[in-house]
Design a protein around this ligand. Structure first.
Ligand code: SAM
Ligand code: SF4
Ligand code: SF4
Length: 334
């Protein structure tokens, strides 16, 4: 079955947040002053179990989802993550990936691969501890993340690295990061700093645009554009002319890609969000727990998707959307 929304976008990808907790406190995502010891994280009985996650994922697959991405919070904090992946791997999908801060990856990479994970994206914002620790609230050093990346590659997982670039914070880390990952053969993707949630104090002046990054990187290592792997690919791809591999750019702020956005997001408590910048979600947990059949769940989800009209990033540009309260990134995952 294929379901279309109000702008003729079909439902193709599902991002599943398996926890709202994290061992880091990245300033652009979970600033420590807000996500402190008094912060009300989800109680355990509100979190979906591995079985509930896989049942919902199966229902989404029957509605056309072909790609699953596990995220959080930090998904590796969840003890039953291998079980979740094993269950998802039994579904008829093209791709199962995971986004992680990489801090706990080195000792888990083999287990994730064995469970059936295909690909992994590791977030890393700098190669030097001073910058990295400033950005993650002093919670993690660079070396364990690099070891995690090596372990994931050794386990046979395809690895990408995402770097959020903030002006005046880690823009000086861009060229060292490109140099390091070119030589490793992993695709580094530069992510424009986004106004997700309400707590990171986002300001457009802190965004380093893809245009600026392309110029900076291209001056050092000349680049040429590469065709997208598929229509609607989020990252724009470039190849180093010297054969040093590829680099990608995720330009959510300066080149919004809402018109091809086929992504639904499920939070750890089973709320469905149809946009990263949504103010409100659609609670599915009580439907799951009150005896609804798969067919009834399919009906509810397809009507939510059919009513979807989100285009936040496009509307940000035209000033049409200055949404008041937005869901936090750590709640729905990136
Ligand atoms: N904890 C995992 C991690 O950091 O990879 C998974 C969850 S995290 C919310 C997913 C992605 O969102 C990370 O790559 C992170 O860098 C990115 N992210 C978080 N806040 C962001 C922001 N304000 N702008 C752009 N990317 C952001
Ligand atoms: Fe945690 Fe990832 Fe958010 Fe950083 S970006 S605080 S690692 S969830
Ligand atoms: Fe999709 Fe919303 Fe992002 Fe637009 S702003 S690309 S609709 S998640």
């Amino acid at each position: 079955m294929t379901v279309y929304d109000q702008h003729s976008r079909h439902l193709r990808d599902l991002r599943i947040s398996v926890t709202d907790r994290c061992n880091f406190r990245c300033r652009y995502c979970m600033p420590a002053e807000i996500f402190d010891q008094d912060y009300a994280f989800l109680p355990k009985d509100h979190m979906l179990t591995a079985e509930e996650i896989s049942r919902l994922a199966r229902i989404f697959v029957s509605l056309g989802v072909r790609k699953l991405r596990i995220t959080g919070g930090e998904p590796l904090l969840r003890k039953d993550l291998p079980e979740i992946i094993t269950r998802l791997a039994s579904l008829d999908v093209e791709d199962i990936s995971l986004t992680t801060n990489g801090s706990l990856l080195a000792r888990n990479a083999d287990k994730l691969k064995e469970a059936g994970l295909h690909r992994i994206t590791v977030s890393l914002d700098a190669l030097d501890d001073d910058t990295f620790m400033y950005m993650n609230g002093g919670r993690g050093r660079v070396l364990p993340v690099l070891e995690g990346i090596d372990a994931a590659a050794a386990a046979g997982l395809s690895v990408k690295v995402n770097m959020v670039v903030q002006k005046g914070v880690n823009d000086s880390a861009v060229l060292p990061m490109v140099e390091y990952f070119r030589n490793k053969g992993h695709i580094l993707r530069m992510v424009e700093y986004m106004d997700v949630g309400n707590s990171n104090g986002w300001n457009r002046e802190h965004v380093v645009s893809t245009k600026e990054l392309l110029q900076q990187i291209g001056e050092r290592w000349p680049l040429e554009p590469v065709e997208p792997n598929y229509i609607g690919e989020v990252a724009t791809r470039y190849r180093f002319l010297d054969g040093g591999g590829e680099v990608g750019f995720i330009s959510s702020v300066t080149q919004a890609f809402c018109s091809s956005c086929t992504r639904a997001r499920l939070s750890a408590d089973g709320t469905l969000y149809t946009c990263l910048f949504a103010s409100e979600g659609h609670p599915l947990r009580h439907l799951l727990r009150s005896g609804n059949s798969d067919e009834e769940m399919e009906g509810s989800i397809s009507s939510i998707w059919a009513n979807r009209h989100d285009r936040y990033s496009l509307e940000r540009e035209t000033g049409q959307n200055s949404s008041s309260t937005k869901v936090e990134m750590s709640h729905i995952g990136g």
